[in-house]
Design a protein around this ligand. Structure first.
Ligand SMILES: [Zn+2]
Length: 681
């Protein structure tokens, strides 16, 4: 039998996983072997006779399970960005096994006693602040997993974790299936009416990828369906496509997520009760900046009220626009983007199709890199022929100001059927300094529609913003400068983690950046000043809609996890009742309806945590003000403070302290409301 490439030493450049040699079947053995190895290492730490020390317990845990971590990171990056049926099957089998592995560690009484004894003596151990923080993370992690409970309850906690892991995996696989199975083939001229060139080209490319050469296909990927809804003059097709998009996860049949949601909520509520919390939301929020459901609701309500008022004004304008065109129907959800585009054209003389030729993917990548160079001194060098996992993936070496190696950045930009929807940052390897240390390998995954072959890929302004957002997360991973893996890079409180990403978006909207990098894909001419001005003037256009479609999700995510008894829960009825209660404008739907709300149900990640974007926005809007006040968006002093306290600090400082150390004071909400154009006049 040949050696399993996942279990050998990796001799590839930068020790990337040896993708070309990995077969799905290798993962089964690799997980089995590396999990057993990790188990043995952890048991040895738990069972040692010597009394607990920081070194023989916490540091030992931080360095254990290396092989498992490499195998798991490789697997989960592939299962998100480039999956197939074999990987999906392994993922389903694996989810409960990994959950059990984790429970076996976190519910190990001997191990917990060692951690708890260190925690009791923490003040006399002579720990530096970073050591102390890591000990605190361990203690909380064990506590929150139920390590302090009685035996029966611990057994039930383990069972709950495994069941929840299985449910989360099925949830995302169902959404992916509903997405990849749908395609709207535009057969006739009438089907394609109103669509700009870039969308026709992208639809041809999507058709080719699906084996429909010569045809045009709209998919449920955001960068395909949204422009279709924006431009298609064929109202019947807009309705059809919108309904398919909106129905992901509730189509009946074997991809329907409604039962999964009910079961998930029940098990989460039970877990929270076992741990002594009133609700799953209270449990989740206990370990965040927000702390309590009340604090979250308070922030969201401050934003919701002016946002609904604004959205209702916007809806009024859309109706007027439709009537002025002789179209006397009501504005429905599949009409909003279409008429909104027309109103934007009328009010700001700005249309997406005019903008798009200036927003080339390659140039926006360059802009994101250049911004990082000017702020933090790091530079980027593209490496060709790297052994990556898909030919579309690009690799860049990240260099320190002195030219030494900092890390590796992978950019995986295009939509394809094997990729989960959305956009995200992830790590193949995290930075740390233990045992000689490791440099990070960070990936950004997006779902842009690829330009026709040989042509530049053109982005919408939203796409460009997404790229900056994910690159902000990427920098949080790449610039990390900590000792311990536990607190590396983005391993921070959920409602703090969107600060580096959302803050980074601000640079994209600056004339200083756009005037250099927004250049026409054919002529190379920079975006005309007049167009740039119009773009910036229209920045808050449709903000009522955008704020409402997001905030509705955040509010419902919170309410879902405050339910006392979800045993007869019906996601669709709940959604309708809650939206009625909060006064959701009729023609707006949630950005992510509950049956396909992956942030919340694909795993625990953002459950009771979707508000985090808004929480972080209070900080990012306020934080960018520091550069504005300094009179220079690349002010070096401010950038240095930002690097030291936020982008390189990982989870070492408390988030509140990190912010104050950067800004000199706590954040204020005013900048957020002003930034969205929602401040009281
Ligand atoms: Zn983000």
């Amino acid at each position: 039998m040949t050696a399993n490439p996942l279990l050998t030493d990796w001799t590839t450049p930068f020790e990337l996983p040896p993708f070309s040699e990995i077969e799905p079947s290798h993962f089964e053995e690799a997980f089995e072997v590396s999990m057993a190895e990790a188990r043995a290492e952890i048991d040895a730490i738990a069972d040692q006779a010597a009394p607990a020390t920081f070194e023989n317990t916490v540091v030992a845990l931080e360095t254990s399970g290396k092989a498992l971590s490499k195998v798991a990171r490789t697997f989960f990056n592939l299962s998100g960005a480039h999956t197939n049926e074999a990987l999906q099957k392994i993922e389903r089998d694996l989810a409960p096994k990994l959950a059990k592995h984790s429970s076996d560690t976190l519910l190990n009484a001997k191990l917990y006693n060692r951690i708890a004894s260190l925690w009791d003596e923490k003040d006399s151990l002579g720990l530096n602040p970073e050591d102390a923080k890591v000990l605190e993370r361990y203690y909380k992690m064990f506590q929150r997993a139920g390590a302090g409970l009685e035996a029966d309850d611990k057994a039930r906690m383990a069972e709950l974790s495994q069941k929840l892991a299985t449910l989360g995996t099925s949830f995302s696989q169902n959404v992916l299936k509903d997405e990849s199975e749908y395609q709207l083939v535009l057969e006739t001229e009438e089907d394609r009416a109103g669509l700009p060139d870039f969308l026709i080209a992208a639809a041809a490319e999507a058709a080719k990828e699906r084996g429909l050469d010569g045809k045009h296909v709209i998919t449920l990927s955001r960068s395909s369906i949204e422009p279709f809804l924006q431009f298609s003059t064929n109202r019947r097709l807009r309705e059809e496509a919108f309904k398919a998009w909106s129905a992901r996860g509730e189509k009946g049949g074997d991809t329907d997520n409604r039962a999964i949601i009910k079961d998930t909520l029940e098990l989460r509520a039970e877990r929270a009760r076992l741990l002594g919390f009133d609700s799953f939301a209270a449990f989740k929020l206990d370990d965040t900046m927000a702390k309590t459901p009340e604090n979250v609701r308070d922030l969201l309500t401050k934003v919701w009220t002016p946002a609904v008022a604004r959205a209702n004004e916007e809806a009024e304008k859309l109706s007027e626009m439709a009537q002025s065109l002789g179209e006397n129907h009501e504005i429905e959800a599949w009409d909003w983007r279409f008429y909104s585009e027309k109103v934007r054209k009328a009010e700001h003389d700005l249309d997406e199709a005019e903008l798009k030729p200036y927003l080339q993917l390659d140039k926006i990548i360059e802009a994101a890199f250049d911004t990082a160079t000017r702020l933090f001194g790091v530079t980027f060098r593209e490496l060709k022929d790297m052994p990556v996992y898909h030919p579309d993936v690009r690799a860049f070496e990240v260099l320190n100001p002195d030219g030494s190696h900092k890390g590796l950045f992978l950019g995986d930009y295009f939509a394809r059927p094997s990729k989960r929807s959305g956009a995200w940052m992830s790590a193949f390897r995290s930075q740390h300094k233990l045992n000689g240390g490791e440099t990070p390998i960070i990936v950004n995954v997006m779902n842009f529609s690829k330009g026709a072959s040989g042509e530049a890929t053109l982005l919408t302004f939203d796409d460009a913003r997404t790229l900056f957002h994910e690159f902000g997360h990427g920098l949080h991973g790449l610039l990390s400068n900590v000792t311990y893996p536990m607190i590396s890079g983005t391993s921070v409180a959920r409602d703090f983690v969107e600060l580096p990403s959302q803050l980074y978006e601000h640079w994209l909207s600056e004339p200083e950046v756009l005037s250099r990098f927004a250049v026409h894909y054919k002529t190379g001419e920079p975006m005309p000043k007049a167009l740039l001005d119009k773009l910036l003037a229209a920045a808050n256009f449709n903000q009522g809609f955008a704020t409402v479609e997001y905030t509705a999700c955040a509010l419902l995510d919170l309410e879902l996890h405050l339910l006392d008894d979800p045993s007869s829960f019906d996601p669709v009825a709940f959604e309708k009742a809650e939206l009625d209660k909060i006064g959701m404008p009729k023609a707006i739907t949630m950005r992510h309806r509950i049956p396909h709300f992956q942030h919340v149900f694909s795993g625990d990640g953002y459950s009771s945590g979707y508000y985090s974007y808004m929480w972080s926005e209070v900080m990012d809007a306020d934080a960018f003000g520091a550069f504005k006040e300094a009179g220079d968006i690349f002010d070096q002093d401010t950038a240095d403070k930002l690097l030291t306290n936020i982008y390189s600090a990982g989870g070492r400082p408390d988030p509140e302290d990190a912010y104050v150390a950067f800004r000199g004071r706590a954040p204020k909400i005013d900048a957020l409301l002003e930034g969205r154009g929602l401040a009281a006049a």
